[in-house]
Design a protein around this ligand. Structure first.
Ligand code: SF4
Length: 344
């Protein structure tokens, strides 16, 4: 079997044999209780921080445009995720349609803001999970699940009865309600929030939610409380814990310094962080609408973000680096033990 990470330190090794968190919740009846509670809550929806209080059981829709059932844009083994998730057979990604944010630069605009995809009933969602498992994927990766937590919980018991045993990745913008994240306790193995913006005014401008930073901070702290630091198996695959993403934005609009300081001081300096450089103008961004972010991130901005993270005391940075896209030999400043990744 392939090994991804040459030297996963003992401190960050998962207990073996691995058992997904949801199995115990399923066997105790807790998962069924949570699913029932979550679906009932759709009658006056407060599933995410918008607290729309509409009746989604009656198929009413508001900010996230999603009624009783989830919509899925696509589902496939994804090889673009972090090495510890994609492994050698891919991360079993299920992209939900619609979103509870309105990021003006969204790179999946057709799914998130135009709703491309198909309505999926619980049986269909369970089938997708089992198909991804049968394809050899290393995990089930729910992308943009903030507005469909009840639908995910409703489908899970069907998938578990069908034999699902992969860890679950909750891949979120972090604009989650604490109620939803608490419902996911004992269900999710890996939380993967993307902390996008620190400044409320910039959050309002770019993702259309002024309270985004506050909601993200609360959600990430709760996620960490539940699952702790990211740990790997002997092959370098992530099994449990928190993996935070941060997309570097042009002109420092994301607030990298404040976000890294928050992670280091209010979560843990051992937090696993992926600082991403792949921003490009998309969605509604153009020279007239948002001129200040109408360009790619420059190498110097990305290098500065990495330096800031190290300065703040974070030392578990995802080691995949965008050298290819820059054509640069960028030295990974602090390739400490446990951070060097190789396929062998
Ligand atoms: S999940 Fe959708 S309907 Fe419910 S509160 Fe959030 S945006 Fe509103």
């Amino acid at each position: 079997m392939m090994k991804l990470q040459a030297n996963v330190t003992e401190a960050f090794r998962a207990a073996e044999p691995f058992e997904p968190a949801y199995l115990r919740s399923f066997e105790s009846g807790e998962l069924a209780r949570k699913a029932e509670e979550a679906v009932a809550s759709l009658e006056r929806c407060r599933v995410c921080p918008w607290h729309c209080e509409i009746d989604r059981l009656a198929d009413q829709t508001k900010v996230c445009k999603t009624g009783r059932y989830a919509r899925v844009g696509s589902s496939f083994p994804h090889f673009g995720e972090e090495d510890c998730l994609r492994g050698w057979n891919g991360s079993g990604t299920i992209f939900f349609s619609w979103c509870n944010l309105r990021c003006v630069f969204c790179q999946n605009f057709d799914l998130s803001q135009q709703g491309d995809g198909q309505e999926v009933r619980p049986e269909g969602l369970a089938r997708m999970m089992l198909t991804l498992q049968a394809k050899g994927c290393h995990n089930i990766n729910f992308v943009t699940p903030e507005h469909v937590v009840p639908q995910v919980l409703e489908a899970l018991p069907l998938a578990i009865r069908g034999g699902l045993r992969l860890p679950i990745v909750y891949n979120t913008s972090a604009y989650d309600s604490l109620e939803s994240i608490r419902l996911m306790e004992g269900i999710v193995d890996i939380y993967m929030p993307d902390f996008k913006f620190w400044d409320p005014e910039l959050a309002k401008r770019y993702v259309k939610a002024r309270d985004y930073p506050e909601a993200a901070r609360a959600a990430i702290k709760e996620m960490h409380r539940q699952v702790g630091l990211l740990v790997f198996d002997a092959h370098g695959l992530a099994k449990r814990g928190l993996l935070v993403r941060h997309l570097v934005m042009p002109e420092g609009t994301g607030g990298t310094r404040e976000i890294m300081r928050f992670l280091a001081t209010e979560v843990s300096p051992d937090t696993y962080v992926n600082i991403m450089a792949q921003y490009y103008p998309a969605g509604k961004v153009n020279a007239e609408s948002y001129p200040e972010i109408n360009r790619r991130v420059m190498p110097i901005e990305y290098q500065e973000a990495i330096r800031i993270a190290h300065d703040q005391g974070l030392h578990r940075l995802d080691p995949r680096r965008p050298w290819a896209s820059y054509g640069l030999e960028m030295e990974h400043a602090n390739a400490s033990e446990g951070e060097e990744w190789r396929e062998n």
